[in-house]
Design a protein around this ligand. Structure first.
Ligand SMILES: [Zn+2]
Length: 313
């Protein structure tokens, strides 16, 4: 994990308020440009968008009242139009966010004449911006986030790809196994159903039905259980298949794997390399996240800096 240096987000005289709205946690911090005052609350998303935003407002109100805020940079789950600041679509993980004019909601926290610029971006796109910032020689990048679900983001030739309907980079819903496991998106056999934490558990239970958790899987793997090795190999095969196809579409400088499941990569990274080698003659340049769960906060501030703070040439 790296922390930001003074240079990383440029010179910001008054702080940028950064917000990361996820399905399970809302994280906030001030960047001046170093990340400060990091706080986190459970999203409790089932309460609905209005309540989530009210709790968030309560959390950051003392900051807004006590200092001049240079801007607000928000990374959120869901598909986002970063020009309008609207959440175009969101899953049932964030009820009430579909169609929400998030930028307008946040603007209402400020007196009309005092509202600072507000930038909203999808959380995985924001995470990609952080990973790209940390690697100045990289201009085409894939981020695949393996967690409770599977998120993705794409940068091609220096530009984050949003697509015609802001759905670009929904890599978790590439179909990996036709007629496979049902997915909450309505398709069957999506990547997310195989290489997320819950997906890995489903795979492992095909080899050992009583398995309770991914932790128990890796414990059994360390103890040399053949079923655990087979399950983890299958996971690596699935991931290798997806990465090989993606690299043929995007031709990236680098693929960054992120998300909670990558903390277990020591158990499967080698097998993943073997799997990719068996599928393709191309080597896939692979790396792991530099900022972990702080990536969306760091990246969305970087995007804010690029849009509002870089002086025009
Ligand atoms: Zn799906």
């Amino acid at each position: 994990m790296e922390s930001l240096s003074q240079n990383d987000v440029g010179a910001i005289e008054s702080p940028v308020l950064a917000i990361d709205i996820g399905g399970t946690h809302v994280r906030v911090a001030l960047f001046d440009p170093v990340m400060r005052a990091h706080r986190e609350i459970p999203t409790l998303a089932a309460d609905g968008a209005e309540t989530v935003l009210r709790r968030l407002h309560h959390l950051v109100q003392p900051w807004i009242q006590s200092r001049s805020i240079r801007g607000v940079a928000v990374a959120t789950a869901g598909q986002v139009n970063p020009q309008s600041g609207r959440v175009v679509d969101a899953t049932q993980n964030l009820p009430g966010f579909r169609g929400l004019d998030l930028a307008r909601q946040l603007r209402s926290w400020f007196a009309p004449s005092m509202a600072p610029p507000i930038l909203i971006e999808n959380d995985v796109n924001a995470a990609l911006a952080a990973e790209a910032m940390a690697r100045p020689n990289v201009s085409s990048l894939i981020v695949l986030a393996l967690g409770t679900g599977v998120g993705g983001a794409l940068m091609i030739d220096g530009h984050i790809v949003h697509g015609a309907h802001y759905f670009a980079g929904e890599l978790g819903h590439m179909i990996l196994h036709p007629h496979g496991r049902p997915c909450n998106c309505g398709q069957t056999g999506c990547l997310e159903q195989y290489v997320s934490g819950p997906g890995l558990l489903l795979t492992a239970r095909q080899y050992y039905a009583p398995l309770q958790s991914p932790e128990d899987l890796f414990l059994s793997l360390a103890q040399g259980e053949p079923w655990a090795r087979d399950a983890v190999n299958q996971f690596a095969e699935d991931l290798g298949l997806a990465l090989t196809s993606l690299v043929n579409v995007i031709d990236p400088d680098l693929v960054v794997l992120a998300g909670g499941l990558t903390t277990t990569h020591a158990h499967w990274a080698e097998r993943l390399t073997t799997s990719i080698r068996g599928l393709s003659r191309k080597a896939i340049p692979l790396a792991y996240t530099k900022f972990g769960q702080d990536s969306p906060l760091i990246g969305v501030v970087e995007l804010f800096r690029q849009r509002y703070l870089v002086p025009p040439r």
